[in-house]
Design a binder for this molecule. Structure first.
Ligand code: IPD
Ligand code: CA
Ligand code: CA
Length: 276
């Protein structure tokens, strides 16, 4: 168990790293000359992703040369079962960014013994700096934040997303999206999972679910939601595992109902890879 002083130190360095990445994203904003596809159609890579990651990594590695890293563009650096593992997304919301849709962030999370324990999400466009560490609470721009008090799923505003493999699988989240849109006040698709989680943490949204995510999308946001009084689990309300790609994160109150709906929804016909 880390002391709160040590956690505070990790949090400050995570913030320094996220701010450094954010400055790069601001510098490249609206000036991209080339947008590549990484593999799957729609999975984009820009010079901003790479330059932001360089800055984030340089801060983390300068302060913690012995810590392991899992970063979206650089992959695994160091032993992934290490006590300290930084999970970094230098630009969450690349598609938004490439289209100059201003909803993107830098996400810097620290897993301690495999558990997300420190999280910083920085949205440079709106200048929102979300920070949290286990036992230290969650803040936005230094002001304490809390999850919403919505208790009825029918009055909730939710958010979700669709992974890049969505046209290759019938597990594409379309049925869940339609069903929840039908029975709530709305389901947003922000396009940046780290901000989706930060917005659940600060009460702008009541719940978030998604499949096909990577640890760097979720590590920081999970800490934000938990420290803001929310709940993070698997879809079935069982323990959250950051390596499954699936997450259900809510204000806690709509959690059982949302979990139930996700488990009972029937697939939507017509969108399986074979058209069935
Ligand atoms: C993506 C975003 C998006 C989510 C995708 C992620 P990227 O991350 O978080 O909201 O739906 O599954 O891959 O590629 O913009 O870093
Ligand atoms: Ca991401
Ligand atoms: Ca990314």
């Amino acid at each position: 168990m880390e002391s709160s002083q040590q956690l505070q130190c990790f949090l400050d360095i995570a913030s320094e790293a996220a701010l450094a990445g954010g400055a790069v994203l601001q510098a490249y904003w609206g000036k991209l000359t080339e947008v590549k596809e990484k593999g799957r159609p729609g999975d984009l890579l820009t010079a901003a992703d790479k330059a932001s990651e360089e800055q984030v990594l340089s801060v983390i590695q300068r302060h913690f040369p012995d810590h392991a890293i899992l970063a979206e563009e650089s992959g695994h650096l160091g032993e992934q079962t290490a006590e300290f593992l930084w999970a970094i997304d230098p630009l969450d919301g690349t598609t938004n960014y490439a289209h100059q849709y201003p909803f993107f962030a830098v996400s810097v999370g620290l897993l301690i013994q495999g558990k997300p324990a420190v999280g910083v999400v920085f949205d440079p466009f709106h200048k929102d700096l979300f920070r949290a560490a286990t036992g230290l609470g969650a803040t936005c721009n230094r002001q304490p934040i809390q999850v919403s008090q919505t208790s009825d799923l029918s009055r909730s505003l939710l958010v979700t997303g669709f992974a890049y493999d969505r046209s290759e699988t019938s597990d594409n989240n379309y049925a869940e999206f339609c069903h929840l849109t039908h029975i709530t006040q709305g389901v947003r698709r922000g396009g940046a999972a780290a901000i989706d989680l930060a917005y659940v943490a600060c009460g702008r949204l009541d719940g978030f679910w998604e499949r096909g995510l990577s640890p760097w999308d979720m590590a920081a946001g999970v800490v934000l939601v938990e420290e803001a009084g929310g709940k993070v689990t698997a879809y079935d309300d069982g323990p959250f595992d950051i390596y499954t790609g699936r997450i259900l994160a809510t204000n806690g109150q709509v959690h059982p109902a949302l979990s139930r709906e996700l488990l009972t929804v029937k697939p939507l016909p017509g969108f399986a890879p074979d058209g069935s």
